[in-house]
Design a protein around this ligand. Structure first.
Ligand SMILES: [Fe+2]
Ligand SMILES: [Fe+2]
Length: 558
């Protein structure tokens, strides 16, 4: 007597023999299951597809295909039914193959109804358990992936926060010592160049090195800005900045600040042991301290000081070479001299403010380009061009800071001789305020950014600049950019752009994407300006601005 109550599940019986099919159908129904039947493999496949039974009972011999073939088909997918095989003969080999193929049971006809019921219940139970554990595994895996991504993002944010904090902190010393701003920009970037050669994280060192002189905030103005040489007493106070910096930065447990503390403490140690504050020698000095010393010595030489004018890059390099193995670690010096092109690119990018506007410079200086730009235009390496300049093959001028610049005319002439199309443009960003651009950015900046991102990602996967999460950072950039260009302060525009691009980079936008975004944004801004009836000068200035900002992104690689 069938037990009343809800069905235990749905079963499909597949057997070529109609009499047996009927018998089985009855037995299955009596065991408390909903039952359907099929006479062939083809029919069974159709019914499984349409009715999705929980379990399929398959005879070994079907009229149109081997029963094992049907079994393999049924268990192939992740959502397939449970399968029990039945056979007229007790054949252990077939039974073994059936079970291997994914069947949960194997019954030999004739069997008692009780045996069938047990096989059905057993098959379904195992099938459910397996499905549940598979689902659990998938859920767990999903969660692991989600957590991994969240952790990555949290880490990136944390890094960003640390970096931002350090940037702000490093401005503290610039307030005390305004000359130190460009020095910090350059020195920290040479440190990154060197770090990469020594398998140290360049980004971390670049940020940490910004704080190397943070201890100077405790040095009185009378000493810090004294025009002449210091007395022995004053010198001791000044030299205290290494210890002060260390005490200020140590013990946070934050890796970035620990590195910064080490650099602050050891950047005035000398390789031969004659430095301060502790007189460490050779590899007693932490590696980052030895790297920072090279970067700091070189850059201090090319920086205007209250007590002496800046030296030229070549003179500074000569001094650095001469100190190899004395003041400076030989390996660090070699790594530095090995990357002169990158060093000069940094020097050119972060010029001394004094070098920009010297009183005796002509009001309208001719268009000049950096060594790198000139070399790229002529199609030779920077070192070749430097040699040619020494040999007088191309006219070069020196900035008051001693940096080489090449008049655009001379570069065009040389590149024509050299058979290259001149693709050079003046790199100098606009110095005049771009009031129209500031207005357009203020009113429609968000729309312009969205248009630029749309053009950037057209036909592809939308990236960072189109993401909703990046909108606040982009909005902040637009506001700062508008402020900077409105006042004719290119550095401010550059700094704001560097900040948003750093964020984009941390959150996965590669260099090319960032560069292209700036180019697109420039095009969109120019179009908007033209529509607003801006002057030609304003449009040209805007073009130059975005060319320079995009260029700076590429320079930032090193
Ligand atoms: Fe220092
Ligand atoms: Fe320094």
């Amino acid at each position: 007597v069938p037990e009343p109550g809800p069905s235990h599940g749905s079963v499909l019986v597949v057997d070529g023999d109609e009499r047996i099919r009927r018998t089985l159908e009855r037995a299955v129904a009596e065991a408390g299951f909903d039952c359907r039947t099929a006479g062939t493999g083809a029919q069974a496949r159709g019914l499984v597809e349409a009715a999705r039974p929980d379990l399929v009972v398959v005879d070994v011999h079907l009229p149109d295909e081997p029963g094992l073939g049907l079994v393999r088909h049924l268990v192939a997918g992740p959502d397939g039914p449970a399968v029990v095989m039945i056979s007229a003969q007790d054949d252990p080999e077939v039974a073994a193959i059936a079970l291997q193929s994914g069947a949960y049971g194997y019954l030999t006809k004739p069997f008692k109804p009780g045996e069938l019921a047990i096989a059905l219940h057993d098959g379904l139970r195992r099938h459910r358990r397996e499905r549940e554990s598979r689902e659990t595994r998938v859920r767990l895996e999903d969660r692991v992936v989600e957590r991994g991504a969240a952790a990555q993002e949290a880490l990136a944010r944390l890094r960003q926060a640390h970096e931002e904090t350090v940037l702000r902190l490093s401005r503290a010393i610039e307030y005390r010592d305004p000359e130190s701003g460009p020095h910090i920009d350059r020195m920290s970037r040479y440190c990154a160049l060197l770090a990469a050669r020594f398998d140290v994280d360049p980004d971390e060192v670049r940020v940490a090195a910004r704080l190397h002189d943070i201890g100077k905030i405790a040095v009185p103005d009378a000493i810090l800005s004294k025009p002449g040489p210091l007395t022995a007493e004053e010198r001791a106070v000044m030299e205290g900045h290494a210890d002060t910096g260390y005490r200020l930065l140590r013990g946070s447990g934050i890796e970035l600040l620990d590195v910064a503390a080490t650099i602050a403490w050891t950047h005035h140690e000398r390789y031969d042991g004659s430095g301060y504050p502790r007189g460490l020698a050779s590899d007693q000095i932490p590696l980052v301290g030895r790297l920072a010393a090279v970067a700091d010595v070189f850059d201090a030489l090319i920086t205007n000081r209250s007590y002496r004018p800046a030296r030229s890059v070549d003179e500074a390099l000569a001094t650095v070479s001469a100190e190899r193995g004395r003041h400076l670690d030989p390996a660090a010096v070699d790594a530095f001299l090995d990357q002169l092109d990158a060093v000069e690119a940094i020097v050119a990018r972060f010029e001394e403010p004094a070098a920009r506007a010297t009183p005796d410079a002509p009001a309208e200086s001719p268009a000049v380009v950096t060594l790198q730009e000139a070399a790229a235009a002529v199609g030779v390496s920077a070192s070749t061009l430097r040699r040619w300049a020494d040999e007088g093959r191309i006219e070069a001028v020196r900035t008051p800071g001693g940096h080489r610049r090449f008049p655009l005319d001379a570069v065009r002439r040389l590149s024509a001789e050299h058979g290259r199309r001149t693709a050079v443009r003046p790199v100098d960003p606009p110095a005049e305020p771009l009031a129209g651009l500031a207005r357009v950015l203020g009113a429609d900046g968000g729309d312009l950014a969205a248009t630029a991102a749309g053009a950037l990602y057209r036909g592809g996967q939308p990236g960072w600049f189109a993401a909703a999460e990046s909108a606040p950072a982009v909005a902040e950039w637009l506001a700062e950019l508008a402020h900077g260009v409105g006042g004719g302060r290119y550095e401010e525009a550059l700094e704001a752009t560097a900040t948003v691009m750093r964020r984009a980079s941390l959150q996965g936008a590669p260099l090319l994407e960032r560069h292209r975004f700036l180019e697109r944004f420039g095009e969109v801004a120019v179009r908007a300006l033209s529509q607003a009836g801006a002057s030609q000068a304003e449009v040209a200035g805007t073009r130059r601005l975005f060319a320079a900002l995009a260029q700076a992104q590429l320079d930032g690689r090193s």
